[in-house]
Design a binder for this molecule. Structure first.
Ligand SMILES: [Zn+2]
Length: 317
């Protein structure tokens, strides 16, 4: 736990067996009520660390509100456990609808060409299934421009779709502070996965990167790993990463049409293990990431999809 700024604390909540290692929960101390931004997964290892930190900081659940940047289990998972009946839980509306249904997974299966038996294993180990909240709290919906006042901090919600479709950052204009959730991370590239055939989440993501790069920010408080300062520099790195990744997809397609899953197996990933030894859930993320690039390239007229029997394959156009 560290006090990042007077009245604002970062709690590192462990994520066992995840390559992310931990998630940041930020505690903002107010006069009457405190605010907790993101919570960790709904599992014992997260709950014990966060509860201990909240106790040390004198946070009373009865007088605490929550802000959740996006629906992923490592951010949302513990909120139902922590919130009291008096707590407000600020969240975005598009993702509350997704949470209610797990809709969209079907679209990804068809589009990605994931073998069915593998898909079942991926779903069994999906963190959203294993460590999401046990029951959903009543949300207070916020969106672009919504304001949340806590103590010295006057936050404004910034809509940043891409990593997920309703992702929100919190911006504090006086202190030039951005709580960036998983939109911009210091040394990890946030995963981008389409949840439907129509979505172009990478296109949305690149626009959302431009959006935050245009803001005056001195300090970024990300959802994972350490705070950092050079937001614009990091945005440039992320843009370059996606540009190179898109080029890699195009060059692999020169060998002929492939499914997203087949393409993903040939791409370079940040794992030491070969594709055959990736855990199913990492293959899921890799396939989703590949599909996001295919959809982006499709929108730009660089690739097109061809239906072959039950499968969707992709080729250069
Ligand atoms: Zn996330």
């Amino acid at each position: 736990m560290e006090e990042v700024l007077p009245g604002l604390h970062r709690v590192e909540v462990p994520l066992p067996r995840s390559p992310l290692k931990s998630v940041n929960s930020y505690v903002v101390k107010g006069e009457e009520r405190d605010l907790v931004v993101d919570t960790g997964m709904n599992r014992e290892e997260c709950a014990s660390v966060l509860l201990r930190a909240l106790r040390e900081l004198g946070v009373d659940p009865q007088k605490t509100d929550f802000f959740i940047t996006h629906l992923h289990a490592d951010h949302l998972g513990l909120v139902s456990f922590l919130a009291s009946g008096d707590s407000r839980v600020y969240f975005n509306r598009p993702e509350s609808e997704l949470l209610a249904s797990w809709e969209g997974v079907g679209g990804l299966i068809l589009l990605a060409g994931i073998p069915e038996e593998e898909l079942l294993r991926m779903l069994e180990t999906h963190p959203g299934r294993l460590y999401g909240p046990s029951a959903l709290p009543t949300f207070t919906f916020v969106g672009e421009g919504s304001r949340i006042e806590v103590g010295e901090f006057s936050f404004v919600c910034v809509s940043t779709p891409g990593h997920t479709r309703g992702h929100l950052c919190l911006y504090e204009p006086h202190q030039k502070l951005l709580l960036s959730g998983d939109h911009v991370l210091g040394d990890i590239t946030p995963n981008i996965t389409p949840l439907s055939e129509e979505e172009n989440p990478l296109g949305d993501y690149l626009k959302s990167l431009e959006r935050v790069a245009s803001m005056e920010v001195d300090l970024v408080l990300p959802g994972h790993r350490r705070p950092f300062r050079d937001l614009r520099g990091r945005v440039e790195e992320l843009k370059l990463h996606h540009h190179l990744r898109a080029e890699e997809v195009l060059s692999l397609l020169e060998g002929g049409r492939k499914t997203a899953y087949e393409l993903a197996s040939g791409m370079t990933w940040d794992f030491e293990d070969p594709w055959e030894r990736f855990p199913p859930i990492q293959r899921w993320f890799a396939t989703g990431e590949t599909l996001a690039h295919l959809r982006y390239l499709e929108e730009g007229g660089r690739v097109r999809r061809v239906e072959e029997g039950e499968k969707v394959k992709w080729e250069l156009s």
